[in-house]
Each structure stands twice: as structure tokens, then as C-alpha cells.
Write a protein that binds this ligand. Structure first.
Ligand code: M6R
Length: 426
């Protein structure tokens, strides 16, 4: 089954383009541009307060990416809850929420128990699960299978990519139903650009009872002011192009030789910090988890802007700092480059994964790219994609770095110590 691969983890990293294709096939067609989401049946509460994701480990980080994508594209509020903590937060949710468990194995005890708590409260539940017929899939009773194939290595790699792809598809599902969903709460209409006030949006009337909600007008445009149907086409074609871009990362010789250098630099280190902003933040968390789990190097994932509030004290010339820098998020780009400079001036060794491309014609992005490259000791560039697909591309080099360090250190990456593929105890 391993074929020519020395480990399942490596095999599964390389299977990711095909796995992602399997997740979207039948849902996003090869010829038609729009989404055909007929196999997805997730009942949405008639008045939707929020979507709540329940998950653990890597699945939790995928849920954080889902939160970012769904909130950005639909303005529906999303909460990510560690399944093991849901016992204490469950009281905050009711029948106006939709609870979705995310799990590769479908057997994780914490996620199963959290889902049962939600179900007992009468909340509408669903699952994003890989293993067909698993406990979580059966308890959820509705949702989406990832169809990414069996994952044997303890580290979640292709399941993570497929979870993000499935969450993008779920976001499309929500977009398709936006005109019929009533989203509770005083939220900004989806067509208002982020960071700008919404003068046209009506204020709550003083005589409204405090419990009454202000409903959005029917949503016809997305956050960029793009008509909904067009934005669905944009995301569908980005998803369809994604496997080719993933393959490009996996076969890029420049990327591989930079990874060689990073592995040589990292393998005797005791610690590392992973930083990102916006959609790059959960990618940083996932990169740090892979580093801990597989390479046994202590690693912290942090929002880049938070570092100056404490962790910056850890920075000296011995501290490797990984940055996830997304060029497609212009607001975040300038700020994260400032954060990189804060680290660089304190001697931190910066390793950057970015989708800034030397060919990008935007002058401002070019200027930032120059700064990024001059500050970084090592830079890995992945191809540009739609922002919602970019976490999948950013994660591939981080998986490979963790894998390669493990092998250099003589660790079996498929069976890291103290870990099991499914955690069936609470
Ligand atoms: O099967 P699940 O997705 O529910 O598993 C959740 C976590 O145990 C899992 O993602 C774990 O964190 C991985 N070993 C990370 O690589």
C-alpha cells in the first residue's frame, strides 16, 4: 500500500491534490462553473443565530479557517469550540444555532460527546466527517463526507486539506441559501465593504423589544460587492484550479531545496514560533502542531499581532520564527510585514511561507514582497489562489518541513510517541 513511499505521512501529503479533487468532485463539476451541491443536505434553522463548529486538534484548526471563510463571505457569525470544552460553553447555544462536528475519524470521543450534548438540547446538528458510517457521522445524521480516502499516518495531512475544501463547499452552500436564511443579530449587510461604516443600514427602532432582531435585507451581493452568483463561480473555479497549484508546490524544485535548508537549520532547535494574521493565523497553529507532534520540537502558534504583548520577550538570535504571509489580504499584509520587522530587529531568524509572487503587478504588493524577502532568512513561495483556498497551499510546505525533520531525527512520523490515530477517550 505504501508503494514507493517510505512513510504513510509522506504518501498522504503527496495524495492531497487528488484527495481535494475527490472532496469537490460531484459538487463542483469539471465543466460547469457553478456549484452543484445536491448531495449536501444540512437543515438550517429558519432563523440562524450562529454556526458552531466542534472539533479537536487539526480538525479544530480547519474549523478556524472555516470560520474565517464563512464570516468573510457570508457574514454569518461562526464560533469554533474545542469539543473537550463544550461542556462548559453548551449553555450559550440553542435551537437558533447550527452545530457542526468536524472529524476525520468520526470516532473522536470528545467530539462525539460534544455533539451528543448539542443534540440532546434539540439543536440542529450536522457533521463533516471522513470515515463513512463512523459514530459521529451516524449521530449527526446529516452533513458532508470528505471522501479523502483512508488516512493512516497519525498526523492529519490530507484530511486537513479536505476539511478546508469541504468548509469552502459548505460556505458555497450557505451562499446559495443566503436569500432564504434569516441571520439573527445586528450584523452589517454582506454587501458593505469591510472596515467601512454602513450609513444606509437602518438603526434599530427604539420601540422594538430588546429581544427582537434586525434582519438583513435579502443578500444579493458578497463582501466584495460581487453578485452572489458571480462570487460562487469565482470560488468554484478557484477550487477547481487548486489541485494543479497543490501539485505545483509538491513538485517545485526551488521549494524542495529551500525546505532542505530549513530542515538543516531547524533539526537541532528546541523551539519555534509560528505567526500569522487573518486566515494565516490558523495555518500558523496547524504548522506549530505538526512541528510538535511529528518533530518533537516545541512550537507555539500565535496571532502575529499578539507577539508584542508578551511572547516577543522570547525572541533572540536563536529563535526561529515562521511567518505565514498572505498577499491576497492587503489589509493584513502591511501589518504582518511590520510584525516581521519587530522580530527581525530583535535578531529572530525568520522563515516565511508566502503567496506573494514576484510577478504580481500591484506596486504596493511588490514593495511589501521586497520587504518580506529582505527580512526573511528563508522564503518559500506558493502560488497565488483565491484567499479561501490559500491555507491549503500554505500548509503543504509546513507539513513537509515537520515530516523531514522527524526523519532526520530518526522519529517514525507515522507513529509519533504517545499518540493514536483516533483519540477514543475523553
Ligand atoms: O479524527 P479527528 O479529526 O476527530 O481527530 C482530531 C485530532 O485528534 C487530530 O486532528 C489530531 O490533532 C492529529 N493527530 C493532528 O495531526
Amino acid at each position: 500500500e505504501l508503494g514507493n513511499y517510505p512513510h504513510y505521512m509522506l504518501k498522504e501529503i503527496y495524495e492531497q491534490p487528488v484527495a481535494v479533487q475527490r472532496t469537490y468532485s460531484g459538487r463542483i463539476g469539471p465543466t460547469h462553473k457553478s456549484a452543484n451541491l445536491l448531495d449536501i443536505k444540512i437543515t438550517l434553522p429558519p432563523q440562524l443565530n450562529s454556526i458552531v463548529f466542534l472539533a479537536c486538534g487539526t480538525s479544530y484548526y480547519a474549523s478556524q479557517i472555516g470560520k474565517y471563510i464563512i464570516e468573510r463571505e457570508t457574514h454569518i457569525p461562526v464560533r469554533c469550540e474545542y469539543a473537550s470544552e463544550f461542556l462548559t460553553s453548551a449553555r450559550l447555544f440553542n435551537r437558533q444555532d447550527l452545530v457542526i462536528a468536524i472529524s476525520q475519524s468520526g470516532e473522536t470521543a470528545d467530539t462525539r460527546e460534544a455533539l451528543l450534548i448539542a443534540k440532546r438540547k434539540g439543536i440542529e446538528v450536522a457533521g463533516l466527517v471522513n470515515v463513512v458510517g463512523s459514530q459521529i457521522a451516524r449521530i449527526a445524521g446529516q452533513g458532508m463526507y470528505l471522501h479523502c480516502g483512508a488516512e493512516i499516518g497519525v498526523a492529519s495531512t490530507k484530511a486537513f486539506a479536505c476539511q478546508v475544501a469541504a468548509l469552502i463547499i459548505f460556505m458555497l452552500y450557505l451562499k446559495k441559501h443566503l436569500s432564504s436564511i434569516r441571520v439573527s443579530g445586528d450584523i452589517t449587510p454582506a454587501h458593505t465593504p469591510l472596515l467601512e461604516p454602513s450609513p444606509s443600514f437602518p438603526s434599530p427602532q427604539p420601540n422594538q423589544p430588546s429581544s427582537s432582531r434586525l434582519f438583513d435585507p435579502p443578500v444579493t451581493k458578497d463582501v466584495n460587492g460581487q453578485p452572489l452568483e458571480e462570487s460562487i463561480v469565482r470560488v468554484c473555479s478557484a477550487l477547481r484550479d487548486l489541485p494543479v497549484l497543490m501539485q505545483h508546490v509538491l513538485s517545485n524544485t526551488t521549494t524542495m531545496s529551500t525546505i532542505d535548508e530549513i530542515v538543516a537549520f531547524m533539526k537541532d532547535r528546541k523551539s519555534a514560533i509560528f505567526l500569522g494574521r487573518g486566515i494565516g493565523y490558523p495555518v500558523a497553529l496547524e504548522g506549530a502542531l505538526k512541528m510538535k507532534e511529528i518533530s518533537y520540537i516545541h512550537a507555539e502558534g500565535y496571532p502575529a499581532g499578539e507577539v508584542k504583548h508578551g511572547p516577543i520577550a522570547l525572541i533572540d538570535e536563536d529563535m526561529p520564527v515562521f511567518f505565514i504571509v498572505s498577499a491576497s489580504d492587503s489589509v493584513v499584509l502591511t501589518k504582518i510585514v511590520n510584525n516581521m520587522e519587530e522580530i527581525s530587529t530583535r535578531g529572530g531568524k525568520i522563515i516565511t511561507v508566502t503567496d506573494c509572487e514576484p510577478t504580481n503587478s500591484d506596486e504596493k504588493v511588490q514593495a511589501q514582497l521586497k520587504r518580506v524577502r529582505s527580512i526573511s532568512a528563508y522564503t518559500i513561495s506558493v502560488p497565488c489562489s483565491d484567499l479561501c483556498c490559500s491555507p491549503i497551499l500554505f500548509t503543504i510546505p509546513l507539513q513537509l518541513i515537520a515530516y523531514r525533520i522527524a526523519v532526520e531525527k530518526g522519529i517514525n512520523p507515522d507513529r509519533p510517541r504517545n499518540l493514536a490515530k483516533s483519540v477514543t477517550v475523553e
